[in-house]
Design a protein around this ligand. Structure first.
Ligand code: ACO
Length: 433
C-alpha cells in the first residue's frame, strides 16, 4: 500500500502519496493538491521541489555523495575515461570493449563540422564571449544538419553532437585569435583530440602529454552530470515544449553561462586575479563576502545542494596540485585559493551557512595550467556537461509522466482595474495639476 502524508487545510484532511527513492529520499506527491484543495505550493528557486523521477545521478548534499548511474564519481575520476562516462550516462551502464571501440569510431567519424559554419563563426564580432558563440552554434545545428532530427537511432545523434560540440569549441578559440583552424585527427582520443585542435599550430606543433590528457578526462568526468541543476532543468523545461534537441541544449548552454552557475569558474579566476593584483588581504575579502550591504560573494563557495565539501572540489584540488607540480608551474592564484579556503572554512559565517568550496573553486587553476584561456572556462564546463544534458533530455522525452513544464504563481499585482482612455487620463492629470 502506498504511504501517504496527511494535510489538514480549511478544516479538511487530504491524503497525499509519498514517493521513496532508491536511497531512501522522500517526496510528497502534491500533483493533486490544487484539485483537492484549491491551494498550490510556493517554493521560489525550487529548493524543495522535485521536478521528476530520475535514474541518472544520485547526490546527497549532506554527506557529499555524487554517483552516476550508481557509480561513485571518485571511482570514475580515478579509473574511467570521459568517453566511458558519457556512454554510461547515455546508456545506463558501462560499455563493453566492442561498444566503446564503436563509440570512439563514431566520435571520430562525425567530428568534422560543415565548412559554412566557419563563415558563421567569423561573422561574430571580435571579443564575443565563447558561450555566446557556442549557444548560437548549437542552436544553428538544426539548420546545418536538419536530417539529424529524423534519425531513428538517438545514440547516433548524441554521439555526433558530442563530437561536433568539441570541434566547434576548439574552432571558436582558433578563429577568435585569428588563427588557422586545426582539424580533428582520427588517431587521437576524445580529450587528446580537443587539446590538439586547441593548441596545435604550424609554428609550434602541440605535444600530447598523457598527464594533461588524464587531467582533462577528470575535469570533464566531474562535470558530466549533476541531476536537476539550473542548466539541466533548463534543458528539460525547454525540451518539454517539444522543441528540437539542439534548441533545448542551447538553452542549457545559456543557463550554464551565469556566474552563479557554470560561469563561476571564470568568476573565481577573475576574483583570485584581483586579490593577487590589488594585494587584498584574505580577511578583508572574507569580510566583504559576509557584508550584507555588499553584493559581493565569495565565488566558488556555496552550493544549493551540498552542505558539506563538494566531492568534485576535493578531486579538483588534488588535481591542481598534481598538474602544477608536473608542469613545474608556480601559480600564485593556487596559493591565494588555498589561503582563502583555509580562512573561510574556519570562519563562523561560512561554517554556520554551510559554505564550502564547490567544483569551480579549483577547476580554473587546472584549466589555466592546461593553457585554456579564462573566457573559455565555462565552455569547457559545457562540453563536459553535454552527456548529462543529453541523458536527462532523453529521460524526460521517454518519461510517460512527463508534461510540458508550466509552474503556477500567486498574483500580487493590481486588483481588477478599469481601462481609461488616453484623452480622459490626460484630462484627469491636467485637472489634478
Ligand atoms: N559567499 C558569501 N555568502 C554566501 C555565498 C557566498 N559564495 N553563498 C551563499 N551565501 C550566503 C547568502 O548570502 C545567504 O546568507 P543569508 O541566509 O544570511 O542571507 C545564504 O548563504 C544562503 O544563500 P542562497 O543564495 O540563498 O543559497 P542558494 O542555495 O540559493 O545559492 C549559490 C547557491 C548560488 C551557489 C550560492 O552559494 C552562490 O552564489 N555561490 C557563489 C557562486 C558560485 O560559486 N556558483 C557555483 C555553484 S556550483 C555550480 O553551479 C557548478
Amino acid at each position: 500500500m502506498t504511504e501517504t502524508a496527511k494535510l489538514i487545510i480549511d478544516g479538511k484532511t487530504v491524503e497525499l502519496p509519498i514517493i521513496i527513492g532508491t536511497e531512501g529520499e522522500k517526496a510528497i506527491d502534491i500533483s493533486s493538491l490544487r484539485q483537492q484543495t484549491g491551494y498550490i505550493t510556493m517554493d521560489v528557486g525550487f529548493g524543495n521541489t522535485g521536478s521528476c523521477k530520475s535514474k541518472i545521478t544520485f547526490m546527497d548534499g549532506e554527506k557529499g555523495i555524487l554517483r552516476y548511474r550508481g557509480i561513485p564519481v571518485e571511482q570514475l575520476a580515478e579509473k574511467a575515461t570521459f568517453r566511458e562516462t558519457a556512454f554510461l550516462l547515455l546508456n545506463g551502464r558501462l560499455p563493453t570493449l566492442d561498444e566503446i571501440t564503436q563509440f570512439s569510431v563514431m566520435l571520430n567519424d562525425h567530428s568534422m563540422i560543415h565548412e559554412d559554419m566557419q563563415v558563421f563563426f567569423s561573422s561574430f564580432p571580435r571579443g564575443s564571449h565563447p558561450m555566446n558563440i557556442l549557444a548560437a552554434m548549437v542552436n544553428a545545428l538544426n539548420s546545418f544538419y536538419p536530417y539529424l532530427q529524423d534519425e531513428t537511432d538517438i545514440n547516433f545523434i548524441f554521439t555526433r553532437l558530442l563530437s561536433k560540440v568539441r570541434t566547434m569549441s576548439a574552432m571558436s578559440h582558433k578563429i577568435s585569435r585569428g588563427h588557422k583552424v586545426v582539424y580533428p585527427k582520427a588517431d587521437l582520443s576524445y580529450c587528446a583530440n580537443f587539446l590538439n585542435m586547441m593548441f596545435d599550430s604550424p609554428v609550434k606543433p602541440y605535444r600530447i602529454d598523457n598527464d594533461i590528457v588524464k587531467a582533462l578526462n577528470v575535469f570533464w568526468i566531474l562535470h558530466a552530470d549533476h541531476e536537476q541543476n539550473c542548466s539541466t532543468s533548463a534543458v528539460r523545461v525547454v525540451g518539454s515544449g517539444k522543441v528540437n534537441l539542439y534548441a533545448a541544449i542551447s538553452a542549457g548552454i545559456s543557463a550554464l553561462w551565469g556566474p552563479l552557475h557554470g560561469g563561476a569558474n571564470q568568476a573565481v579566476i577573475e576574483m583570485l586575479t584581483r586579490i593577487h593584483e590589488d594585494g587584498v588581504s584574505m580577511n578583508s575579502i572574507i569580510k566583504k563576502a559576509k557584508d550584507k550591504n555588499d553584493p559581493f560573494r565569495l565565488m566558488g563557495f556555496g552550493h544549493r545542494v551540498y552542505k558539506t565539501y563538494d566531492p568534485r572540489a576535493k578531486i579538483m584540488k588534488k588535481m591542481s596540485d598534481k598538474i602544477l607540480k608536473k608542469l613545474k608551474l608556480d601559480d600564485p592564484l593556487l596559493d591565494i585559493a588555498r589561503q582563502l579556503e583555509e580562512v573561510a572554512v574556519k570562519d563562523s559565517y561560512f561554517v554556520d551557512h554551510n559554505l564550502y568550496p564547490n567544483v569551480d573553486f579549483y577547476s580554473g587553476i587546472v584549466l589555466r595550467a592546461m593553457g585554456i584561456p579564462t573566457d573559455m572556462f565555462t565552455e569547457m564546463f559545457a562540453i563536459g556537461r553535454l552527456p548529462g544534458w543529453l541523458a536527462q533530455w532523453k529521460e524526460s522525452m521517454d518519461d510517460p509522466e512527463w508534461k510540458i513544464a508550466r509552474p503556477r504563481q500567486i498574483y500580487i499585482g493590481n486588483p481588477k482595474t478599469k481601462y481609461i482612455s488616453i484623452n480622459k487620463r490626460d484630462l484627469e492629470t491636467k485637472e489634478a495639476e
